[in-house]
Design a protein around this ligand. Structure first.
Ligand SMILES: [Zn+2]
Length: 138
């Protein structure tokens, strides 16, 4: 879809004048100089992708691609530097605070050190659930 650069209304192609004409403000534009919105979005997404400099950023981008929830916890293991991160967004951040996130990553880091990434993730999510349901974590 192409939109009017002047007023933002939808443009339609006028066969007679071979230009894009705005139905609202009646301006006409050379189709060659107009860019459509979807290609702009793709560029923006590409820009952000190239700036996903760490594992949390990559997970954050992936989450946006897969889910539409505003509230989420991201658990990431960076195997290169053996770093575990939990980041929470939205409402769940009231329960899984940064302080709890650090405690949980401390509690489960031994699994990752031993190379047991599945148990590491499993224990982390189990403890996140404990925190959300007001159970104490050791
Ligand atoms: Zn217009």
């Amino acid at each position: 879809m192409v939109y009017c650069p002047t007023c933002g209304a939808e443009l339609r192609f006028d066969i007679v004048s071979q230009t894009m004409v705005c139905g609202s403000c009646k301006n006409s534009f050379d189709p060659g100089v107009l860019s459509d919105d979807s290609s702009h979005d793709a560029k923006t997404e590409e820009y952000f992708d190239s700036y996903a400099f760490d594992e949390i950023d990559q997970a954050r981008l992936k989450r946006k691609e897969l889910f539409e929830f505003d509230s989420a916890c991201i658990f990431a293991i960076n195997m290169n530097v053996r770093k575990i991160t939990i980041q929470s967004y939205g409402k769940i951040n009231e329960s899984i605070t940064d302080s709890y996130a650090r405690s949980i990553t401390d509690n489960v880091k031994n699994y990752a050190t031993a190379g047991n990434y599945f148990n590491c993730a499993s224990a982390a999510f189990s403890q996140m659930l404990d925190v959300c349901e007001n159970r104490s974590i050791s």
